[in-house]
Design a protein. Structure first.
Length: 168
């Protein structure tokens, strides 16, 4: 008998700070190899497809279970090494973007600490761009009602999502 357990990349948010995150590949936590003494900052949404498949933003290297993103190497936590590493990073998404479509609008956190893009992509995966537009419409409506976006910003975001060229 064979058992298949396909591994996928995923992001885990810290409970007390949604911007503090970790990457895992299946059940295996990945660490960022770096000697920096401060959190590393990662930007992922520019390369995020409608399917929410992180392999567009976090790419495999030639080594088993080792990846690269934002110029940094991610490796399995269990590898016995004396290299410096970070288990957690800070998610930095300064502007609301849909693939290569920029909006010029700051990706501010809302009352729950999640950014606009976090809330939109948490509603995915999307079958098509229409699903993305529906999510942007709903999240922006809630943000306007909460006083976290203006009506003009909402209009800009919906238009940008409708013309975004994002892969499935």
């Amino acid at each position: 008998m064979e058992i298949a357990a396909p591994f996928t990349l995923r992001i885990e948010r810290a409970l007390d700070d949604p911007a503090t995150q970790a990457v895992a590949y299946g059940p295996v936590p990945l660490v960022i190899r770096s000697s920096a003494t401060a959190y590393q900052n990662l930007t992922l949404y520019r390369d995020y497809p409608l399917s929410r498949d992180l392999s567009s933003a976090i790419r495999p290297t030639g080594e088993p279970m080792t990846f690269t993103t934002n110029g940094l190497t991610l490796a399995p936590f269990y590898i016995n090494t004396t290299d410096d590493y970070h288990v957690y990073f800070k998610r930095t998404e300064p502007e609301i973007v849909f693939g290569a479509t920029a909006t010029g609008i700051e990706n501010r956190p809302g009352a729950e600490g999640l950014t606009f893009l976090d809330e939109v992509w948490d509603r995915g995966p999307f079958r098509n761009r229409g699903g993305l537009v529906q999510a942007v419409t709903a999240v922006s409506r809630d943000r306007v009602a909460a006083g976290e976006l203006t009506a003009d910003e909402r209009h800009t975001l919906i238009k940008a999502a409708a013309r975004a060229d994002i892969a499935s």
